[in-house]
Design a binder for this molecule. Structure first.
Ligand code: URA
Length: 231
């Protein structure tokens, strides 16, 4: 068993998956989307509109460029984080710093690739000193996230950390209570399952077997939900 776990870790090339836990299927077969909506032009239009409004809030005037989001416009999974940090602000891309490396590990452990999923944030401009988003900032930026989600219409949303979970689920419950339990993001007729989990930055700070197992269990639920939706 120990040997098998070691091989699993070598196979995935990372130590994220806690020893003793069951690996995910190496590849999740994701079928192409069945409808013919073309999300990319819509995403381009939303991005251009945000760029014109950037940074929207006076309180975010220190941000140097928009960080809109990136990935597969037809993705079955959208990961939603909190806000860009310094690295993301410098490169104009989401999750490219230390937390991004950990998110990459998680995606890879799921048998997926960064190019196959979509990654976005609630805030699309960096808050000074990486402080938590203010309610006014969420109010100003989140409509763009809503439009992104409506354009992509993923089968599952993963809420990375508290601000994303709070916005998507309309709750103020602690992330430790929310994580691991399916919620639903609703917008008009649209209802998409949301799996809240710990933010990769928290995982980095608390790189314990317990937290890694919790996040990995949450991701296995996401993979099961996807498999169910493809049946
Ligand atoms: N943390 C986030 O929530 N988003 C990023 O893009 C980077 C770090």
């Amino acid at each position: 068993m120990a040997r098998q776990n070691l091989e699993t870790e070598i196979l995935y090339g990372m130590d994220f998956i806690p020893r003793g836990s069951v690996p995910a299927p190496r590849e999740v077969e994701l079928l192409p989307s069945t409808d013919d909506r073309d999300a990319q032009p819509r995403l381009d239009e939303i991005e251009a509109r945000f760029a014109t409004a950037f940074p929207i809030c006076e309180s975010l005037s220190g941000a140097t460029q928009p960080v809109f989001g990136e990935g597969n416009p037809e993705a079955d999974i959208v990961f939603v984080g909190e806000a860009p940090g310094a690295d993301e602000d410098r490169l104009g891309r989401p999750f490219v710093g230390a937390a991004g490396t950990k998110l990459d590990d998680i995606i890879k452990a799921m048998g997926l690739s960064r190019e196959g999923v979509y990654i976005a944030n609630v805030l699309k401009a960096r808050p000074p000193g990486n402080r938590n988003p203010l309610p006014d900032e969420v109010d100003a930026h989140a409509p763009y996230l809503v439009e992104q989600l409506l354009a992509i219409r993923p089968k599952v949303i993963v809420a990375l950390g508290r601000p994303a979970a709070h916005f998507l689920l309309g709750t103020h419950e602690a992330i430790s209570r929310l994580r691991g339990v399916w919620g639903v993001w609703r917008h008009g007729e649209v209802a998409i399952p949301v799996m809240p989990t710990f933010h990769p930055a928290y995982l980095l700070r608390q790189y314990t077997i317990e937290v890694r197992t919790q996040v990995w269990n949450d991701m296995k639920q996401v993979l099961s939900k996807l498999e169910e939706s493809l049946r």
